[in-house]
Design a binder for this molecule. Structure first.
Ligand code: PMP
Ligand code: GLN
Length: 393
C-alpha cells in the first residue's frame, strides 16, 4: 500500500505538544511545554458542570450552542469590547478554538486561496488551511533586539504578502508563542489592508484576558469597518483553566457565522453538553475575576522569567499568554533549540517547546535558537522547575 496520509496533510506528523508531553511523562520531567494550567478553574464554573452531569445537558445541545451560553458570550463580548452581537444569529459554539478555526478555513477558502498570517504560527493554523486546500503566506514577527518584547512585523513585508489570491487574514493577538500583543497602530495597518483588499479577517483571541504590565488587548473587530468582515474566535480553556473541556466560540456577522456553522455541523455537530452552562456561568463572572487571572499569571511569569535568567538564559519576557521565549545559544553551542529541547529532560528534568516548530522551512532560521517555556504552573512546580533549570548555568 502507498503511504496512507493524503498529500495535503503530509509533513504535519504528530503535533509537537503531543510529542513533548509524552516525553515529560516518560522521563518524569516537569512539563513546561504544552500550555495547560496545573491548577483548577473557579468553583463557580466547575460546580455548574458537576451539577449538569446526569441531567438533560448530557444529550446533544442545539447545533449553534445552548442559548444560555450564546447569551453569555455576547454579554461578555459587549462588556469587554463594547461590540454587540446577536446571540441568535451571530454566535456559534464550537469544540474549542481549534474547531472554530478549522471550520472557518473549511467554510471560507476555495482551493488555492491565500491566508496571510504572522510567523511563528500556532501549529493548527497551517494544518487547517491545508485541509481546506488553502495556502499560507507567512509574515515574520521579528523579536526585539535584546531585552524584553514586543515582537513586531515589518509593514513592507506584510504588504508584500498580499496578492490577488489573498482571501483571509488570520490574526492571533495576544500571540502564541511570542506572547506579543499587537499595538493599536499595528491593528490599524491590518484593518486598512483588510478593507482595501476586501479580505475576511479571523482573529484568534484565546489569550484575550491573559495580558500583563498594563498592556491592553484590542480586538481587531472593534476598529472602524472591521466588525462586518471579522470572525472573532475565543475559548474557555485559558480563561477558566479548563483546556480539556474544549468549549470555544466564534462571533461575527450572521452570513460569516452561518458559513462556519455549515462546516462545523459536519465536523462535530455539537460538543460539551454539560460544560456549556458552566462556561456560561464563567463568562458572567464579575470583572474582578478576569483582572485577577491576569495578575496571578503575571506573577507566575515573573517567577519563571527570573529563574530562566538565573539559569543563564536570555529571556524575551512576554506581555501576555502562558509563554516566555529564551535564546539557547549560551547553553547550547550549536544554537539548535530542537536538540536543546530533546536533551533538556536529561540535562535538567524539564520539558519545553522548540520555537522552530512554529516556523515554515523558509523562515526556520529565524526561530532555530529559540525555545518556549510555559509558566501557567503552580508555585511548587515553578519553584522546582527553576531549581532544576539552574543545572544549565
Ligand atoms: N489558538 C491558540 C493561539 C492557542 O494557543 C490554542 C491552544 N490553547 C488554541 C487556539 C486552541 O484552543 P482550544 O483549546 O480552545 O481549541
Ligand atoms: N495551545 C497549547 C500550546 O500552545 C497546546 C494545545 C494543543 O496541545 N494543541 O501549548
Amino acid at each position: 500500500m502507498t503511504a496512507p496520509l493524503a498529500s495535503r496533510l503530509r509533513g504535519f506528523g504528530t503535533t509537537i505538544f503531543a510529542e513533548m508531553s509524552a516525553l515529560a511523562v516518560t522521563t518524569g520531567s516537569i512539563n513546561l511545554g504544552q500550555g495547560f494550567p496545573d491548577y483548577p478553574g473557579p468553583p463557580e464554573v466547575l460546580d455548574v458542570a458537576r451539577a449538569a452531569i446526569g441531567t438533560d445537558a448530557d444529550q446533544y445541545p442545539p447545533g449553534p450552542g445552548i442559548p444560555e451560553l450564546r447569551a453569555a458570550v455576547t454579554g461578555h463580548r459587549e462588556r469587554s469590547t463594547g461590540t454587540r452581537y446577536d446571540p441568535d444569529t451571530e454566535v456559534l459554539v464550537t469544540a474549542g478554538a481549534t474547531e472554530a478555526l478549522a471550520a472557518a478555513m473549511l467554510a471560507l477558502l476555495e482551493p488555492g486561496d491565500e491566508v496571510v498570517l504572522f510567523e511563528p504560527i500556532y501549529d493548527s493554523y497551517s494544518a487547517s488551511v491545508a485541509m481546506a486546500g488553502g495556502v499560507i503566506r507567512p509574515v515574520p514577527l521579528h523579536p526585539p533586539e535584546g531585552g524584553p518584547g514586543p515582537w513586531t512585523f515589518d509593514e513592507a513585508e506584510l504588504r508584500a504578502a498580499i496578492t490577488p489570491r489573498t482571501r483571509l487574514l488570520l490574526v492571533n493577538s495576544p500571540h502564541n508563542p511570542t506572547g506579543t500583543v499587537l499595538t493599536g497602530e499595528e491593528l490599524a495597518v491590518l484593518a486598512e489592508l483588510a478593507t482595501t483588499h476586501d479580505l475576511v479577517v479571523v482573529t484568534d483571541e484565546v489569550y484575550e484576558h491573559l495580558v500583563f504590565d498594563g498592556a491592553r488587548h484590542v480586538s481587531l473587530a472593534t476598529l472602524p469597518g472591521m466588525r462586518e468582515r471579522t470572525l472573532v474566535v475565543s475559548s474557555a480553556g485559558k480563561t477558566f483553566n479548563v483546556t480539556g473541556w474544549k468549549v470555544g466560540w466564534v462571533c461575527g456577522p450572521a452570513a460569516l457565522v452561518a458559513a462556519v456553522r455549515t462546516a462545523k455541523q459536519f465536523l462535530t455537530y455539537v460538543n460539551a453538553g454539560p460544560f456549556q452552562p458552566a462556561v456560561a456561568a464563567g463568562l458572567r463572572l464579575p470583572e474582578a475575576y478576569f483582572t485577577g487571572i491576569a495578575r496571578d499569571l503575571e506573577y507566575r511569569r515573573d517567577v519563571l522569567v527570573a529563574g530562566l535568567r538565573d539559569a543563564g538564559l536570555p529571556v524575551i519576557s512576554p506581555q501576555a499568554t502562558y509563554f516566555a521565549t529564551v535564546d539557547v545559544r549560551g547553553v547550547q553551542p550549536d544554537g539548535d533549540g530542537l536538540a536543546f529541547c530533546r536533551a533538556l529532560p536529561e540535562r535538567a528534568g524539564v520539558v519545553a517547546i522548540p520555537t522552530v516548530v512554529f516556523y515554515t522551512p523558509e523562515h526556520a532560521h529565524l526561530g532555530r535558537h529559540l525555545v518556549r517555556f510555559a509558566f501557567c504552573k503552580s508555585d511548587a512546580v515553578l519553584a522546582e522547575a527553576v531549581e532544576r533549570l539552574r543545572r544549565l548555568a
